[in-house]
Design a protein around this ligand. Structure first.
Ligand SMILES: [Zn+2]
Length: 293
């Protein structure tokens, strides 16, 4: 297979999950699964709420609660965008139930969203009163220079061709406009044990060490901000323990920790210790369009 980022065909297999193998490109470090679905199949998966045969996409009401828990994180993303572009039009791709868009609206941006899952799209439209498209950004056919800020929070890993999508973002951003992005970034020595669940099949790609810079150089972005974190601090909260996700065993574990005196503090200590050794990061980026010749 050909690397989406650099076009190389030389890969190193890393590990498999659910019979799906994750490989790493030797020249740009991009991690990709073997069998990237065609766009039509991916759309059907998103609309029907499952992927890779039988795994479920988190339902809309759970998604909405999960976003509320992470409100501080979304406020941080809007602050990051505002540092570089004080106002204008903000597009959130994969806007979920619309919490980030609500924050951007409060900060004075005119907002629009894209969300492929119908339930979440309805919640986002209700929450913001804004236009929320149900098609990939490439299919919306925005005019050139339509937006000042475009955010992609936990979206990169789901893109069929990030190169294709970045090229489109470059086109629809105004000169000097920025992309605010958060996604998984895996540094050298990444191993299966670095994450509880990789959700391979729903996740198609992860950034490696050199990947974002390579995409930016090729597409015409300058990397203004790059911060590698592990799990966001907001994750270690009572609200997070009580918001249930898609994994049964993980939900049971969260309930146990919630009911155990000192459980949350212990979890935090264990996770922070793991974080120190981990090669898996939740990274955030701000990319600005470079001057066109
Ligand atoms: Zn590559």
């Amino acid at each position: 297979m050909t690397c989406d980022c650099c076009g190389s065909t030389t890969w190193t297999p890393r590990f498999a999950e659910n019979g799906i193998t994750l490989r790493q490109c030797e020249s740009c470090d991009l991690l990709s699964i073997d069998d990237i679905p065609v766009p039509e199949k991916r759309m059907t998966e998103m609309e029907e709420g499952h992927y890779a045969g039988n795994l479920s996409i988190v339902d809309a009401s759970k998604q909405s609660r999960a976003e509320q828990v992470q409100l501080a994180r979304f406020e941080n993303f809007v602050r990051l965008g505002r540092e570089h572009v004080p106002g204008g039009r903000w597009l959130d791709i994969g806007c979920g139930a619309g919490v980030l868009l609500q924050v951007a609206q409060r900060e004075g941006f005119e907002v629009e969203g894209i969300e492929l899952s119908a339930d979440r799209r309805a919640l986002a439209a209700q929450a913001t009163g804004a236009t929320i498209h149900g098609r990939p950004v490439e299919d919306v056919a925005y005019p050139d220079a339509s937006f000042d800020v475009i955010s992609l929070i936990n979206v990169f890993s789901h893109l069929i061709s990030p190169m294709h999508t970045f090229g489109e973002l470059r086109r629809i951003l105004r000169p000097g406009g920025v992309v605010v992005m958060a996604t998984g970034e895996m540094t050298a020595g990444v191993a299966k044990a670095d994450m509880l669940h990789w959700n391979l099949g729903d996740h198609l790609h992860f950034l490696g060490d050199r990947t974002m810079q390579r995409y930016a150089d090729t597409v015409g972005f300058e990397v203004l901000h790059h911060d590698r974190q592990w799990l966001p601090d907001a994750m270690f909260s009572r609200e997070w323990l009580r918001a249930k996700g898609r994994s049964g065993p993980k939900n049971a574990l969260k309930t146990t920790i919630d009911r155990t005196p000192g459980g949350l503090a212990l979890l935090r200590a264990v996770m922070l210790r793991r974080q120190a050794d981990s090669s898996a990061h939740a990274s955030e980026f701000v990319l600005r369009t470079t001057q066109q010749d």
